[in-house]
Design a protein around this ligand. Structure first.
Ligand code: MF3
Ligand code: CO
Ligand code: CO
Length: 266
């Protein structure tokens, strides 16, 4: 199946969408405090995306099938043992020590920007802080080897090595993805190298590819469980999980992080 390479006009639009998604994560930061509920955080993001950015929140109504309703909110907010796709809720009130992933995807001028980061509420517990830091390092180590000539398996190897050396596991049931005018397009970006033992799954990186890297790192076992709402994914052992995500563009010499925030230097 073909991977859609982006020309310079598409890349310019991806840069804009990526920047907007990053700005949502920066905007929401001061609101991630103990006592706030995740529906309120989602509402603030939704209003900012729609009214200030004049963009579209891609998750809203996404993924409707015959057996599952579309995602009900503008953002995914995943707390503690929730790995990903947490549904914002009025009854999910943040407390001191919680670790929170907010995952933002905006559509601007037809193109998607997809990014997430972890927030620690109030005072970090040292074991949570370490998980969050290692998960971010996993993303950065993957980004370091995202360059033409390398393979998706090189990214996965770096991520999994760091996670496992730190005593953590890498989620295998969810992955990164190509992105452009379509939210989730080819290729699948798996974050563990065993996925590429069958070489036909592996893909060599080429200038013009745009995809996400979004490792989910568990403090305990790698196995996941889908809750009855058909969206929320939790660790089966209920250990905590951390995820960071960027949308990147493969350039002639390396990659450009399209969803870079101001606190980051690439
Ligand atoms: N933003 C998620 C990702 O990184 C996808 C969320 S799909 C939703 O791919 F429907 F759950 F919002
Ligand atoms: Co995302
Ligand atoms: Co994504």
């Amino acid at each position: 199946m073909p991977i859609n390479l982006k020309d310079s006009a598409a890349i310019e639009k991806m840069r804009i969408a990526g920047k907007l998604a990053a700005e949502v994560l920066e905007m929401i930061e001061p609101f991630v405090k103990k006592g706030v509920n995740t529906a309120e955080l989602d509402r603030i993001c939704h209003d900012y995306i729609v009214n200030t950015q004049n963009a579209i929140p891609a998750p809203l109504n996404y993924g409707k099938t015959t057996t599952r309703a579309g995602f009900p909110n503008a953002t995914c907010i995943s707390v503690n043992e929730v790995i990903c796709h947490g549904i914002p809720s009025k009854t999910k009130t943040l407390k001191s020590g919680d670790i929170v992933n907010i995952d933002v995807t905006v559509i601007k001028d037809g193109y998607h920007g997809d990014t997430s980061k972890m927030y620690i509420v109030d005072k970090a517990l040292s074991f949570n802080e370490r998980l969050v830091v290692v998960a971010q390092e996993c993303l950065y180590k993957g980004i370091e080897v995202a360059k033409p000539g390398n393979y998706l398996s090189n990214i996965a190897s770096k991520i999994a090595k760091h996670a496992r050396n730190s005593g953590y596991s890498v989620v295998e049931d969810y992955c990164g993805h190509g992105i452009g005018t379509v939210f989730h397009e080819e290729p699948q970006v798996l974050h563990y190298p065993e996925a590429y033992n069958n070489l036909k799954n592996d893909i060599q990186l080429v200038e013009g590819m745009t995809f996400t890297i979004e490792p989910m790192i568990n403090a305990g076992k790698k196995t996941t469980k889908l809750l009855s709402d058909q969206w929320t994914v939790v660790t089966r052992d209920r250990s905590n999980s951390a995820q960071w995500e960027h949308t990147i563009l493969i350039t002639d010499t390396g990659c450009e992080v399209l969803t870079k925030r101001n606190d980051e230097t690439f």
